[in-house]
Design a protein around this ligand. Structure first.
Ligand code: SAH
Ligand code: SF4
Length: 391
């Protein structure tokens, strides 16, 4: 992967800059450790500054060089001339009755993305659901993000910026025992493997001890199955993997998850085996299975699923379909979800059910389109037609 920091010579930071010369400031927020080190070398400073500045940004939530008291005044002033720490703007912040928190963030071009923090009922986990793109190009038939089409990739700064904003607003990470965000799942808007070059540096920051210091078991990438990029992921980083399977036959999956026509179930499961072989500490993948009434929630589907997954080290997470207007699909009854879970249990799988949280602030993870507003006509029409923009 290429390092994308702007190059500054020591001279360029001081001389040759008149007040009306437009300066391009390097946003330090999205730089991984290697990129941050390259940046400091490029401005004639020592590499170890990277760790110091990363701690200020990601652990203390600082966005002002002046606050970085372990740097000399001269260095702080130099940084202010060539760099910035710019996160997304918060346009809405809400907490639901069950403690789920949601932020609507404005990114560079005026698009909005959403991030939700979901506390576990036992209080032990606080999982942040992070977006990787504005919209999505993959058009899964049951997904509201897919329906609005693809607008653009988020930058690494905009991706890690979601964690940064959440942590800043819950409180800085002063000690590891009491982290504001304990887990991150890339399950918001977008397909993370189609924004690989920005998602990977952002995930590296989540794992970095000078960043968010999360263990690889607590950082999960969810994909609908972009097989070649899955292989590339395993070469670059070791994080937990969730696969959006949703169907156990190619015939049905082609309909629900159209990328299956390019990379079918066999190819996807083979890629999962290769990923696990590269990342021995993550001994299993999570299989996500959205249960849709009368589409994939019958006993035969449970049997096909059990048979298909026989040889894969995995756990199954059942997600009751989260309805949205004009989707053409329905949510199965609670009883049907429990029946499906029991069928799997009888076939040897202890599947979990992901309950929707934060309903009253429209914050279901994987369903983060509620108030997304963007500038494209297609999306505007879609949002208008389903009136999702209403509070
Ligand atoms: N693009 C990635 C990650 C974002 S979607 C992926 O598809 O894996 C996160 C999860 O939410 C996926 O498993 C997705 O299939 C699921 N999802 C999308 N729309 C949903 C809906 N309406 N109801 C329930 N789950 C949904
Ligand atoms: Fe994109 Fe994932 Fe939605 Fe499919 S489910 S359209 S891959 S965000």
């Amino acid at each position: 992967m290429t390092t994308t920091v702007a190059q500054h010579t020591p001279d360029a930071t001081t001389a040759n800059v008149t007040p009306d010369t437009p300066k391009e400031l390097t946003n330090l927020l999205g730089l991984s450790r290697t990129q941050m080190e390259a940046f400091f070398l490029s401005i004639g400073e020592k590499k170890f500054r990277a760790a110091q500045v990363m701690k200020w940004i990601h652990q203390e939530g600082v966005d002002d060089f002046e606050t970085m008291t372990n740097l000399s005044k001269a260095l702080r002033e130099k940084l202010a001339r060539v760099a910035e720490i710019r996160g997304p703007g918060v346009v809405y912040e809400g907490t639901s009755s069950d403690g789920t928190r949601k932020w609507v963030l404005e990114v560079e071009d005026g698009s909005y993305v959403e991030t939700v923090l979901i506390p576990a009922e036992n209080g032990k986990r606080r999982t942040l659901c992070v977006s990787s793109q504005v919209g999505c190009s993959l058009d899964c038939s049951f997904c509201s993000t897919g329906k609005q089409g693809f607008q653009r990739n988020l930058t690494a700064a905009e991706i890690i910026g979601q964690v940064w904003v959440a942590q800043r607003s819950v409180g800085p990470r002063r000690d590891t025992a009491n982290r504001p965000v304990t887990n991150v799942v890339m399950m918001g808007m977008g397909e993370p493997l189609l924004n690989f070059d920005n998602v990977v540096p952002a995930m590296k920051l989540m794992l970095d001890d000078n960043g968010y210091g999360l263990s690889k078991r607590r950082v999960t990438l969810s994909t609908s199955g972009v097989v070649p990029m899955l292989d590339k992921l395993g070469d670059e980083i070791d994080v937990s993997l969730a696969i959006s399977l949703h169907a156990a036959t190619d015939e049905l999956r082609n309909e629900l998850v159209p990328i299956n026509r390019k990379y079918n179930i066999r190819a996807l499961l083979d890629a999962c085996h290769r990923y696990l072989a590269k990342a021995p500490e993550n001994r299993q993948v999570t299989i996500e299975y959205t249960l849709i009434k009368d589409v994939n929630d019958q006993q035969e589907h449970a049997e096909q699923l059990a048979e298909l997954l026989r040889e894969l080290a995995c756990k199954i997470n059942l997600i009751p379909f989260n309805p949205f207007p004009n989707s053409g699909y329905e949510k199965p009854s609670r009883n049907q979800v429990m029946r499906f879970q029991q069928w799997l249990y009888d076939l040897g799988y202890n599947a979990t059910v992901r309950m929707t949280r934060g309903d009253d602030i429209d914050a279901a993870c994987g369903q983060l389109v509620g108030r997304v507003k963007d500038r494209t006509k297609r999306s505007a029409r879609y949002i208008q037609s389903v009136q999702l923009d209403a509070d």
